[in-house]
Design a protein around this ligand. Structure first.
Ligand code: SAH
Length: 353
């Protein structure tokens, strides 16, 4: 059987080195060999674990924040309740369960899952049981009207490009061949208008990343929120403005070489939340929150105590560990951030300072 590595080597021999974005897109979403196209990568037997898979509290609290934002905006009906990159569908299932008793919320919500992987779509359908939902390939296919949206660890999976500053401009980091194997290289330096603003905060030798698909998606969310109302919660690792090489490959819960086994490892990069917030204008962004502070403000400790009352033994230990993992600064609490976008004129969703 041909491997993705062999296909990529042949393509590079024929047409030259790939940008990192071209390489990432092939690795993650190649129709036959792509990482997400071919597998369910989550959980203990998989390659990595995400917050909704750690505890039901995560999806519940995000759901209550969005439902409150919906009430604060006058409970518009109908509205689109969308998730980008829903993985196993766990977050949406927890969100829907937690919001069942919010009067009118379920009747007004049209649930749309934006997912490209056929394998994961099937898994999401199974998780949601008979709850009505529809699937879209792309955010541009969402129905019109008010939009309440959540995205956890979606933006980190979008293809990035990397540029190293050089006295004569910028050199793009490319994937080419060296002795017949995939290898990183740098293009010839050239000035780039799109990076003019990074001349202020970088010096020769520094590396910056751009993610055109992420800003394009944020722009669509922002335009919709401003025109029709709504709110979005975007959670991921990253920070306000990115600097340095954040490309990482994860395989079997360990860091791996991103070029070693294309299509077999998850490839991600940190999210530049400043770029998303700027692209989403005229929608407004609440001050960027850490995941730990955000979940605390939404009452995760009280929720954890309520759930703990029904648990004992190893189940209780696992529950306490999950709470810590989601919120503690040395675990996911500080690395992961929450960007809250909302319609101008509306209050931010609960959870922000
Ligand atoms: N939100 C989930 C899964 C995160 S993994 C969780 O927290 O567990 C990334 C998800 O985004 C997967 O479902 C993957 O198939 C999907 N995905 C990746 N690139 C995508 C794209 N360009 N368009 C739509 N979905 C994409």
């Amino acid at each position: 059987m041909t491997t993705l590595a062999a296909l990529l080597r042949r393509r590079i021999e024929a047409t030259g080195p790939l940008t990192l974005a071209e390489y990432m897109a092939e690795c993650l979403l190649h129709p036959e060999h792509g990482y997400y196209t071919t597998r369910d990568p989550f959980g203990v037997p998989g390659d990595f674990t995400t917050a909704p898979e750690i505890s039901q509290m995560f999806g519940e609290l995000l759901g209550l924040s969005l439902a409150q934002a919906w009430l604060d905006q006058g409970a518009p009906a109908p509205f689109t309740l969308a998730e980008l990159g829903p993985g196993r569908g766990t977050l949406m299932a927890d969100l829907l369960r937690a919001t069942r008793r919010v009067p009118g919320f379920h009747d007004a919500a049209r649930v749309v899952l934006v997912e490209v992987s056929p394998t994961l779509r099937a898994r999401q359908r199974q998780t949601l049981g008979d709850h009505p939902a529809q699937w879209a390939d792309d955010i541009s296919a969402l129905p019109p009207g008010p939009l309440f949206l959540v995205a956890n660890e979606f933006f980190d999976a979008l293809p990035i490009r990397q540029f190293r500053r050089h006295p004569a401009g910028w050199q793009e980091r490319m994937v080419g061949l060296q002795d017949g194997a995939l290898a990183f290289g740098l293009s010839a330096p050239a000035p780039l208008a799109a990076l003019a603003h990074r001349l202020e905060d970088t010096a020769p030798g520094d590396l910056v990343e751009t993610c055109a698909p992420a800003t394009a998606i944020a722009a669509q969310i922002g335009a919709r929120l401003a025109a029709a109302g709504g709110a979005a919660l975007i959670l991921d690792y990253g920070d306000w403005r990115s600097r340095g090489d954040t490309l990482q490959a994860m395989r079997a819960h360990a860091y791996a070489d991103p070029l070693a086994a294309p299509g077999e490892a998850d490839l991600t990069a940190h999210v530049d939340f400043e770029a998303l917030a700027l692209a989403a204008r005229p929608a407004l962004a609440a001050p960027l929150a850490t995941q730990g502070a955000f979940l605390e403000r939404l009452g995760i400790t009280a929720r954890a105590q309520a759930l703990a009352n029904a648990l004992s033994g190893p189940a209780l230990d696992a529950h306490v560990a999950a709470h810590r993992r989601l919120t503690h600064p040395l675990e996911m609490g500080r690395l992961f951030k929450v960007l809250g976008l909302h319609a101008p004129g509306a209050a931010p969703p609960p959870g922000f300072a």
